[in-house]
Design a protein around this ligand. Structure first.
Ligand code: 16G
Length: 247
């Protein structure tokens, strides 16, 4: 691996003029793309890379930060940096973004792009079974795990379920849990999309990158709808699986 990285790095340096961190970023990207580094494999440590390629650790760190933002590698505190594996997500389990990522030992976060409340729109009223004039809470969040943007989510919740937009810190379902609100069932549909220019900018992806659009309506045990969420997941990061049974 070390020989391969050294050769590829020297090839990158000879091929074009660019800052050293970009040469290293391309070197590691090539190694991942051609399978020299495989999913789940640990990258050589920061100090080792710096010594091998005669670079400063700041340069190495900058290159790795770029790969994290691209979703190619994942950093685990105290354990190192690993080539990202696709996230396997059940299409039939009522789990949250936070649940899915925590189960993999990652650190899921919400970056609020919008957060507020207002009167329900006709479309929202249909999705949430609300009457005109009802109040709703709205969130638009960038969802990240260990620094990598994985999804954009627009969520609408009836104010009778969640009284105040400030109740959600990172996780909507954690806020439900705290309030004793129990989602028991959801209807969900999925289709392929390409990220438009604005979404791509927020996700730090090239425009037109593949995505999965998932719309979810979640119900409480008393039949009320608790959320209407439109999620845009990275298509290159997720595998959706479902168990099927004959009737
Ligand atoms: C998931 C759900 C989304 C839900 C969110 C809550 C899918 C396709 N969508 O992203 O409907 O609002 O989790 O996550 O699974 P949170 O509790 O981390 O905010």
């Amino acid at each position: 691996m070390q020989d391969y990285l050294l050769n590829e790095y020297q090839r990158q340096v000879a091929a074009r003029r660019a800052p050293a961190y970009q040469h290293l970023r391309r070197t590691l990207q090539h190694a991942i793309e051609n399978g020299s580094l495989t999913a789940g494999q640990a990258l050589p440590g920061e100090r080792e890379l710096a010594r091998l390629l005669a670079l400063s650790r700041v340069t190495v760190r900058k290159a790795i930060a770029g790969l994290v933002a691209d979703g190619l590698v994942i950093q685990r505190q105290g354990a190192g940096t690993f080539v990202a594996e696709r996230i396997v997500k059940s299409f039939s389990a009522l789990t949250s973004f936070t649940d899915d990522l925590r189960a993999r030992g990652l650190d899921p976060r919400s970056e609020f792009l919008e957060r507020g409340s207002g009167e329900v729109t006709p479309e929202e009223a249909m999705a949430l079974n609300l009457s005109p004039g009802a109040q709703v809470i709205r969130y638009y969040r960038l969802r990240t795990a260990n620094g990598t943007a994985l999804a954009l989510e627009r969520t609408v919740v009836p104010a009778e379920v969640l009284a105040d937009p400030g109740l959600v810190e990172n996780s909507l379902y954690a806020a439900f849990d705290k309030l004793g609100v129990r989602p028991v069932r959801a209807l969900q549909r999925l289709r392929a999309i390409a990220f438009d220019a604005e979404q791509a900018r927020l996700m730090r992806l090239p425009e037109g990158s593949p995505g999965l659009f998932i719309e979810r309506r979640t119900f409480l045990d008393d039949g009320r709808v608790a959320e209407f969420t439109r999620s845009f997941y990275r298509g290159d990061a997720y595998d959706f699986v479902a168990e099927l049974h004959t009737e």
